[in-house]
Design a protein around this ligand. Structure first.
Ligand SMILES: NC(=O)c1ccc[n+]([C@@H]2O[C@H](COP(=O)([O-])OP(=O)(O)OC[C@H]3O[C@@H](n4cnc5c(N)ncnc54)[C@H](O)[C@@H]3O)[C@@H](O)[C@H]2O)c1
Length: 422
């Protein structure tokens, strides 16, 4: 393929070297004359393992050339890959001026060649909605009604890490291809044919948000590790040993567990122990900002779940909650987010009934009894039998945990799965 790369920074230049090493012809465009001259003279504009040798091999084979402007370089191209920078703007948002500029330049170049068709893949990190709200309109303004037929837009986030950029290009953790219809794009399939990685074909917005989710998660991990490190340091505990124990648990700690969006955390241990770690951190001066934010974040989520559960219902609507305990098949109501959900729905004036066969109001004892009754004093009257849940009419059924599977409900009922935020 002939591939034009726009933006020859860490991402674009590395991609150029890797793509040329697979036998494709690469034209790199960057307004920075110094970078362009250096590349054409065989000097990598970045310091990164392997790229210097790869550039020289590509130049020897006539597979890599750089220029400062698009000119006619899109002529005969199969694919354009945009790798311009998206630095922070003063308000913290991404500064999109380079994305807008480069899109206008590609669109203008295509306007000059009315029969041309091209896949344009954006690799820069851009906020969700950028393709649909900024880039598509730029192409539509230049190319008119033909734009969707002539330009196949793709969003393809980049996962390389500086220092291992070449290896990461060929062995990425995943490939994410965002298109208008979530279907494969031929040029991208050819580009990635030698790369073996889990591949996700999705819409633009799911692809666009991927990098934000990944990078923020990485930041959360580092901040968490360092907060635990500070606790250990101040308490005379070996942070290294603690880390070793923590990462050895690939069942619950380093695993997909506890990562699915949906229910708030609750139960008899998590909230209690998080609060206690907050106390320990404050007591020994460890300043745990991330840990301190967890309970507030969880309370905010509980309220968001209530609004989600009640959304669009008329005043006084009838609601069935399937599952009151934190986990299906248990009767532990301590800090169950579903108890708070029922309380908020009742306070908002809805008629609430609850089906949870593991809960018998007169069997609750101790802290379990106290928590349930202090929030739901009418609990005994709210709990109903299976036969009643299956035959009464409701405006909405809330599936809070696996308890819903025990019920045979008519298809006509509106069931909202608030455990998964679909
Ligand atoms: N650096 C990384 O490790 C990394 C990893 C993944 C994703 N990303 C994302 O990839 C994007 C690029 O990152 P980078 O580190 O390569 O940036 P960079 O600043 O190193 O390079 C961007 C290049 O784009 C050029 N440019 C600006 N306007 C242009 C135009 N109109 N036409 C052609 N080139 C133009 C600039 O001159 C510059 O050389 C960013 O959105 C970044 O967030 C970076």
């Amino acid at each position: 393929m002939k591939i034009v790369i726009l933006g020859l920074g860490y991402v674009g230049f590395t991609a150029g070297c890797c793509i040329a090493s697979e036998g494709h012809t690469v034209i790199g465009i960057d307004p920075n004359r110094k970078k362009v001259d250096a590349i054409n003279a065989g000097t990598a504009p970045i310091v990164e393992p392997k790229v210097q040798d790869m550039l020289q091999a590509a130049l020897r084979d006539g597979l890599f050339a750089a220029d400062t402007a698009i000119g006619d370089h899109l002529s005969g191209a199969d694919l354009a890959i945009v790798c311009v920078g998206t630095p922070s703007a003063p308000d913290g948002a991404h500064d999109m001026r380079y994305i807008a500029d480069v899109s206008v330049q590609i669109a203008d170049a295509m306007k000059r060649r009315p029969d041309s068709k091209l896949t344009v893949a954006y690799r820069s990190t851009i906020r969700p909605g950028t393709i649909e709200e900024l880039i598509q309109p730029i192409f539509a303004a230049a190319l008119g009604a033909d734009s969707p037929d002539r330009v196949a837009l793709v969003y393809n986030p980049e996962f390389l890490r500086e220092g291992s950029a070449v290896q990461d290009y060929f062995e990425p953790p995943k490939i994410v291809i965002g298109t208008s219809d979530g279907k494969p794009n031929k040029a991208m399939q050819s580009l990635n044919q030698n790369i073996d990685a889990p591949t996700f074909l999705v819409g633009f917005r799911e692809a666009e948000i991927t990098k934000f989710v990944d990078n923020t998660w990485h930041a959360v991990k580092v901040a968490f590790a360092n907060e635990i490190g500070r606790v250990c340091l101040n308490a005379g505990i070996s942070a290294q040993k603690v880390h070793e124990i923590f990462v050895s648990d690939t069942k619950l700690n380093i695993s997909p567990y506890y990562t699915r969006p949906g229910g708030a955390f609750g139960g008899s241990c998590l909230p209690k122990d998080v609060r206690a770690l907050q106390h320990i951190g404050a007591d020994i001066g460890a300043n745990l900002h991330l840990v301190d934010s967890l309970i507030r974040s969880n309370e905010a989520h509980k309220h968001a779940l209530f609004e989600y559960a009640a959304g669009g219902l008329p005043a006084g609507a009838r609601i069935l909650i399937a599952g009151l305990a934190f986990k299906a098949g248990t009767d532990d109501l301590r800090e169950s987010p579903n108890v708070d959900l029922a309380r908020k729905l009742l306070a908002a004036g809805f008629t609430v009934e609850i089906f949870d066969p593991a809960i018998e109001a007169d069997m609750l004892i101790g802290a379990n009894l106290g928590y349930a009754y202090s929030r739901l004093p009418t609990l005994e009257r709210l709990l109903i039998a299976k036969a009643d849940a299956e035959t009464r009419s409701y405006d909405r059924v809330l599936a809070t945990n696996a308890t819903i599977k025990l019920l045979n409900l008519p298809d006509s009922l509106s069931i909202l799965d608030i455990g998964t935020l679909k």
